[in-house]
Design a protein around this ligand. Structure first.
Ligand code: X8Z
Ligand code: ZN
Length: 666
């Protein structure tokens, strides 16, 4: 579990907590050998926390192994074992939470008080105490995740029958510009989620029951309680941040819509009153528009940031070498094997490249076991959950990532993202298990992405991935656009998923309105709509991994703001002067030291304190996002001048603000 952050159910554990590896000076406490959850007579709060830490660490590897197996070998047996392990874990956790009540108001160290408060936040899947319901919950969770991982869209009959999984359907959205082919791929993937609907509705009932037993109003309130501030204040913070960055998103939306209409025609390039058609955005969930570069590149050929092209060429070189080793006259089978070999090789090369950035900051090389146990590419002989994740298996250095890497830019940056999790695990493995977690979950998501921001054109050039960019204004706008298509396009998506789940958990979105509410939120925040009606016979939220995987999503919204703050601070540490967007801190020891210091703190103190140590501020703030994108925002405003921007969603209008001068933030 580690992943406490990623893993679906894993996330279970995860919610907030993590435990990771290493160290933990296990107290030579005899209690550590008692069976988990057994109350010890005369134990004070500090001793209780020490025991929970030890028991947690002791039981954790079994849970992570079961999860790892069920994600990398999907079948009925691994699903059963994962559900069972989860059941044991959540049962134990409930026991600890109940016992912790004994210590309320009793003397204890500040660390113990924090650890006890964290206990209730250790899972994103609060479980009912009733053993039958607990078991039902873990079975549903494992089944939903398996359904997602196995998901395939099949067409045709008999020998013409063809089934495509998510990766192949995503390839269509990435590369095809055929309206109908994209619509088919998009609809096809969304069909896999239809059977999850009853499971999800029951899941909601069960986690709500668990959350109420722990004293929360519902599971969404529990999720919002993990931020060292009252749940309501946290929700208000996310509104505040969104209002800061919304004008920038709306400008990008307006620009993208214009270009889509140029490509597909006025009618097909939008839906209704100015909404973007969901299937045309180059991404299954419209969360990252980077694949529309061909359509959205501001100045054709200014600068050359064709990372995907460079990676494909690397693959071709690897393939050439693999074929050469097989000698002339390789048959179809040999050719196939050579292709697999080259796919695995380029995936490892991409990962080594990412590791190199971290090592340049003074962080350790990944352990040998990482390279041996990681899943780099999609296996052919079984179903797996391809959604990328990073794992701390034992809190002692057995770290892994699980991806189905392809040689393209998106996967390349995702590797940097995942290694951010891995380096966080390794850095906080020295903390007690209950503090082995991100300062908050947004921090965990922001580490690797901070590095991605430092992958400037000059860095990419220095590692030989792209050619010299030149210094023109046009190249700058192109580089900013490339980053905005990943980072700015994401912002409303990062918010809307949990707006939906918060509503589902608090009952304001009833099961018979799941899909309608989903698309209302998509329209309101993202300005996106499906091209064809999506009634309640569909369950479109289930087509996004984190819903069946039950991974809270507001973390990614926070991360997309925080990472710019982290980046700015590390740039300052590296002595950067000049515009923020020009900074890379590759190879800078001082930036590395500062980063590592933050990582090592884990969740041992409120995140506000950790943020202050790094950035000087206790607030998450969108100012750095706006500062970074100031040139692009100005450019977008010029482009959009005279256009009517914004969109209408069933009565409410989202409009771009009047063209105010861009506001670089200090
Ligand atoms: O799920 C992820 C990571 C694993 S934590 C691959 N991300 C979100 C997503 O894919 O939806 C990273 C960005 C947003
Ligand atoms: Zn992540």
């Amino acid at each position: 579990m580690n992943h406490r952050h990623l893993l679906p159910s894993l996330a279970l554990v995860a919610g907030l907590l993590s435990l990771s590896a290493c160290n933990t000076p296990a107290p030579p406490d005899p209690a550590a050998t008692a069976s988990p959850g057994t109350a010890q007579d005369g134990e004070d709060a500090d001793a209780f926390v020490a025991r929970v830490n030890a028991e947690y660490k002791a039981m954790y590897p079994e849970l992570s192994s079961a999860q790892w197996l069920s994600s990398t070998y999907i079948n009925d047996d691994s699903e059963r074992l994962a559900a069972k392990a989860q059941e044991r874990w959540l049962g134990t956790l409930n026991g600890w939470i109940e016992e912790a009540g004994r210590f309320e108001g009793r003397p204890m160290s500040p660390d113990s008080a924090r650890a006890l408060a964290q206990l209730k936040l250790m899972t994103a899947m609060p479980a009912p105490k009733d053993p039958a319901k607990l078991s039902e919950l873990t079975r549903i969770a494992a089944r939903m995740e398996g359904t997602y991982g196995k998901g395939a869209y099949c067409t045709g009959e008999g020998p013409a029958r063809q089934c495509r999984q998510l990766g192949q359907l995503e390839d269509v959205l990435r590369a095809s510009r055929d309206y109908d082919a994209q619509l088919d791929a998009w609809q096809g993937w969304h069909s896999i989620a239809q059977p999850m609907r009853p499971d999800y509705a029951r899941f909601v009932e069960l986690v709500n029951e668990g959350a109420r037993e722990m004293g929360y109003a519902d599971a969404g309130t529990m999720w919002r309680s993990g931020y060292d501030m009252p749940a309501d204040a946290f929700a208000a913070e996310t509104d505040r941040l969104w209002e800061q960055v919304r004008p920038l998103y709306e400008q990008l939306h307006c620009y993208a819509r214009e270009r889509l209409q140029q490509t597909y025609g006025v009618e097909r390039g939008r839906v209704g009153e100015g909404l973007l058609p969901a299937h045309l955005m180059g991404n299954m969930w419209q969360q990252d528009w980077g694949n529309l570069w061909d359509m959205l590149e501001p100045y054709k050929g200014a600068g050359n940031l064709d990372i995907t092209g460079a990676l494909e060429r690397q693959y071709q070189r690897d393939l050439g070498a693999a074929l050469y080793r097989r000698g002339p006259g390789a048959d179809a089978k040999a050719r196939f094997e050579a292709e697999r070999e080259a796919q695995a090789q380029v995936a490892r090369q991409m990962t080594e490249r990412a590791q190199d950035f971290y090592v340049s900051l003074g962080m350790p090389r990944l352990p040998e076991s990482y390279w041996q146990k990681t899943q780099f590419i999609k296996p052919l002989d079984r179903d797996v959950v391809c959604h990328a994740s990073a794992w701390d298996m034992d809190m002692e250095g057995d770290v892994r990532t699980k991806m189905c890497i392809k040689p393209n830019e998106e996967d390349f940056t995702t590797i940097y993202h995942e290694l951010g999790h891995v380096y966080y695990y390794l850095a906080y493995n020295g903390q007690p298990p209950l503090f082995q977690n991100g300062a908050n979950d947004g921090f965990h998501e922001a580490i690797g992405d901070t590095i991605v921001l430092a992958m400037t054109p000059s860095y990419l050039e220095s590692i030989g991935l792209v050619q010299s960019q030149g210094q023109s204004r046009q190249a700058l706008i192109n580089a900013q656009m490339r980053m905005a298509l990943a980072k700015v396009a994401f912002l409303p998506f990062g918010l809307m998923i949990d707006r939906w789940r918060w509503g589902v958990f608090d009952g304001s979105i009833a099961p018979d309105h799941y899909n309608q509410a989903w698309w209302e939120l998509k329209a309101r925040y993202q300005g996106v709509a499906p091209a064809t009606p999506r009634g309640e016979e569909f369950f479109d939220p289930g087509a996004k991994y984190h819903v069946p995987g039950n991974t809270p999503y507001t973390r990614y919204f926070l991360s997309h703001v925080l990472q710019f703050q982290f980046y700015k601070s590390l740039c300052e540490a590296a002595g950067h002067t000049g515009p923020l967007y020009e900074c890379t801190f590759y190879d800078n020891a001082e930036a590395g030291r500062k980063f590592q210091t933050m990582l090592a703190k884990g969740a041992g103190q409120p995140w506000q304190a950790t943020l202050k140590e790094l950035t000087g501020s206790e607030q998450i703030d969108g100012g750095a996002v706006l500062e970074y994108f100031a040139p692009l925002q100005e450019w977008l405003q010029q482009q959009n001048e005279g256009r009517s921007c914004g969109w209408q969603t069933g009565g409410t209008t989202a409009t771009a603000p009047p063209p105010a001068a861009p506001q670089p933030q200090t």
